[in-house]
Design a protein around this ligand. Sequence first.
Ligand code: SF4
Ligand code: SF4
Length: 347
Amino acid sequence: MLFKVLSKDAFRRLVELLLDANEVVGPRVVGQDRPGKRRYQLLPIDRFEDMSLDYDKTEYSAKTYFLPFKEKLSSYAFEGDDWQQQIRYRIRPRAIVGLHACDINALVKLDKVLLKGDFPSPYYLSRRENTFVIGIDHDPCDNGFCASVGADIVSHGFDLFLTDLGDRYFVAIDSDRGFRVVNTVDIRDVTETDREEYMQVRNRIAGAFKTEVNIRNLPTVLDLEFESPVWDRWGDRCLSCGSCAAVCPTCYCYGVEERISMSFDESVKVKRLYSCNLLDFAMVAGDHNFRPTRASRLKYRYYHQHRGFTETYDEPKCVGCNRCGDTCLAGINPPELIADLEEEAAR
Ligand code: SF4
Ligand code: SF4
C-alpha cells in the first residue's frame, strides 16, 4: 500500500473529475428520526456538496450497488425449435465515495463468496470491477461493534482510503487505478508530521468504541448452545419480516424465479435477495419446512454469521455495523443476543 497526502480542495477536485465520467454515489442526508437524529443513505450525487462525509451510518449498506435486491439475470426468446439467451452485465462505471471500513470489509467478505468461491458470479464481478471505491475513516457510530469483529480497519478492497487530518487527508492507495486517479490532482508525499497526526487520529478512533461483543469463543459457544432456551427467548419476539437481512451488508442469500410469457415466446430469469428469517426460506417440495419456527430461523441466521462462515473463512461474516439491530422492530440485536448466549453458556 502507498500513502500520500491530499488537500481538501484537491479531494473536491478529484470528486468533480469523477463526476465528469462516472455515476458517483455518496452519503446523503435523507431526513431525521423522531429524536432529531439525521438519517443517511448512499445515493447518487450531482455535486460534491450533496455529500455529508461526516455521516455516522447509512440505513442501507453499499451492498445495494453490488447485489441489488432484484436483478434480471437473463432473458430468453423462443422461436420454432430455436431459442436465444441474452445476458447484460452492468458495465457503466461508478464511484462510491465515503465508505466506512466496516462496509469495505463487508465487500471483501462478499468477494470471498461471490468471486473466489466455487461458483463465481459474473454479475457481481462486473459491478465490483466497474466500481471505484473511496473509503473514509470515522469516529465509532452508536452501538456499532466493528472493532470486536476486526472490521474497524481495512487493508484492501478499496481504491483510496482517506483519514481526515483537519485541513488535509492522509490517503492510502490500494490499486493501480487509485494511483492513476489520485495523480490527476495535486498530491504530495507523506511527512513525519503527517505520519504522527495520522497515528494520533487512528489511536483516538480505536479508543472511542463503546460497544463490545465477545466473539473470541463464539463458534464453540454456538455449538454448545444449539438447544439453548436463548433461541426461544429471542425467536419468540421475531416478526419474520426479513428486514435484518435486507440491511445487512454481508447477507447474500437469494431466490431465482423464471417468468414465461403467456404466448410462450419469451421468458426472464430474475434473482431476488432473500432472508433466512422469512417463513418459507427453508420450505421444500411436499410442503415441508426445515425451519418452521421463528426461533429456528433466527438461530440459523446467527449460525451463518458467526459459525458457518467462520468455519469456512476463519472469520465471522458479520462486520459489526449493527444495522440489523437498528432496523429490527422487535429489538433483536447482536450485542444483547450474543451476551445472553455467553451468559447462558457460563451458567
Ligand atoms: S430479527 Fe428483527 S428484523 Fe430480523 S426478521 Fe426478526 S423481527 Fe425482522
Ligand atoms: S449481522 Fe447485523 S451487525 Fe452483523 S454485518 Fe449484518 S447487519 Fe451488520
